[in-house]
Design a protein around this ligand. Sequence first.
Ligand code: MRU
Length: 367
Amino acid sequence: MRVNGIAYRTIWRPRDGCVAFIDQHLLPHRFRIEEVHTVEALAEAIRTMRIRGAIALGAAAAYGMELAAAHASDSELRTALAHAAELLIQTRPTAVNIAWAVRTILTAVAGAETAQELRDRLRSAVDALIEAEVERCRRIGEHGAAVLERLFQQQGQAPLQILTHCNAGWLGCVDYGTALSPIYLAAERGLPLHVWVSETRPRNQGAALTAWELQQSGIPYTVIVDSACGSLLQQGKVDIALVGADRITRRGDTANKIGTYPKAVLCRFHGVPFYVAAPSSSFDPECADAADIPIEERSPDEVHTVSGLCGDRYTTVRITPEGAHAWNPSFDITPAEFITGFITEYGVFPATEEGVGELLAAADACC
Ligand code: MRU
């Protein structure tokens, strides 16, 4: 994706022993690239959400394993990787892409007979994992753009009105995005569209990141507060909702940013299709249903405060009374029944146990 005309990925390896990423904490006000050299520093960037979004988190975890290996002596390699795996998996529990990436890397190096072979295999596995995720997101764009184009033809009213939540764009991935990937492609092909961006309290990924991404791409959008979504749908201003996912169970229950579930319920009530766009790496065959998904609870401080630009200073201010209690679940779960379909790299699947089974079989057959 391009920022001021320059092509970027969200996270990359500028040289051995170093990982660079776009600091998502300061956007849209400051575009800053940060470099880290240890897995501990990378884990900290994940915890504080300077790197965020399920697919970007998976990529970061893969790079984290590489950083751990870079600092380990040959005799300590396997212990260092085991520690790094544990550290990374604990950073953010809901996004299954972290555990998936760590497992993929550990499997790739399992049979290595020498330290050098292990290092070589590790590097190739990290590159392969990241390139495959980029390609999955690109293909989600193709399948999702077809959904948007079909809907547009059916109703023939311009522009197509799309509602999204949080940031499931390229910042939350390595490139392209999940929910935003179809939007970028459809817009590129000339489909007239407009995106309603819900702010996504408490971290405001919609208002800050999705708005910024869409602006960079010249796509028309309007930011709304989360609580305006009901009125928006009631007034018939949405044709389709498109969101991302952090973990999808075998029966299709989907964890995504807090505030997704009420949108899905409202969409069902108002007869608006509600799609989840996610690569196969976000489906967790080990989770049978919603009860198996760990939901991250973040610091109440995120509810007590808002951060943003004050003059030319980035600052945080308190909005609740001192001593107020706050609860801050970071994700909610949308039951499969409210989801029209999953837009994946293998096409669109129904949000049912059979649909998820078919997708996982397609992913298994390919790798
Ligand atoms: O807490 P975040 O910002 O990491 O949550 C991100 C989301 O909920 C996204 O919808 C999800 O990861 C989509 S994949 C880009």
